[in-house]
Design a binder for this molecule. Structure first.
Ligand code: NAP
Length: 227
């Protein structure tokens, strides 16, 4: 894998969504455009199954000049959408499968037959061993020709990529408000992270995009597949 770009938007107290019914708006229009530019530069975008169930994210490139740039490079309009799932419990009739780019489902081996039966007409369903973790996910995608991957969350997925050190770039957009809800999901959960106080990520830039602060960070020791 040539490039893995993690991207997330959070509140000042680190929440990436609310825990009540309504979806939490964190981004600004300017941040959204910038985030789509990262999407436009990637072959595929990966999210966890819980994010698909909750948000039905489109994971498309929505801005005409970004679409034009992809076409000029001979890339399809929209990146491939990748969802990881242990259970395979996803709705084939949902917007995630019916709109936007092609979908790849990376499903834990035991649930694979049922997932293929349920989702095989709307997605490419591929097995991945839970024990192989992030390395297994990257190997599968690399084998499908994905060279540049964006990872958009949620918490469980980001925790695994951050803990594995399996990324080149981390983009965090910080919305200037506090949510203050203990049950709301955060950017990452408890884990052993390679980037602690004595081994920090390198800040490449801090930018104000609308009323959101965007921090771009580099992992100088990415643990991803070579190639
Ligand atoms: N603010 C942002 O930038 C942002 C971006 C994305 C998401 N979010 C928010 O994040 C929240 C969801 O986060 P979350 O932590 O609950 O869930 P998540 O990370 O989106 O998805 C977790 C699910 O992914 C599957 N999974 C995780 N690791 C896997 C692996 N190694 N192999 C196979 N499957 C794997 C499992 O699916 P199964 O359950 O099917 O077994 C697991 O339950 C939502 O509220 C969403 O709105 C925020």
């Amino acid at each position: 894998m040539e490039w893995v770009h993690l991207s997330v938007c959070m509140s000042l107290d680190g929440h990436i969504d609310s825990d009540c019914g309504r979806r939490l708006i964190l981004s600004s229009e300017e941040d959204c455009h910038d985030m789509h530019a990262v999407r436009a530069d990637c072959d595929a975008i990966l999210v966890g199954a819980a994010t698909v169930r909750r948000d039905q994210p489109r994971l498309t490139v929505r801005y005409p000049e970004l679409l034009a740039a992809r076409r000029a490079r001979g890339m399809p309009d929209h990146p491939t959408k990748v969802v990881v799932t242990f259970s395979g419990d996803l709705d084939p009739d949902s917007a995630f499968f019916q709109k936007g780019g092609p979908v790849v489902v990376l499903c834990e081996e035991e649930a694979l037959p049922a997932a293929r039966a349920r989702l095989g007409t709307v997605a490419t369903v591929i097995g991945v061993a839970a024990a192989d973790g992030v390395a297994g996910i990257l190997a599968r995608l690399d084998g499908m020709g994905v060279r540049r991957l964006m990872v958009e969350g949620g918490c469980q997925v980001l925790t695994q990529f951050l803990a594995a050190g399996a990324f080149h770039r981390l983009r965090v957009a910080v919305a200037p408000f506090l949510l203050g809800r203990a049950g709301a999901p955060r950017l990452a959960g408890p884990a052993f992270y390679p980037h602690g106080p004595d081994n920090r990520l390198r800040i490449l830039s801090t930018r104000t995009l609308g009323n959101v602060a965007v921090i771009d960070m580099e992992n100088t020791d990415p643990r991803v597949l070579a190639g």
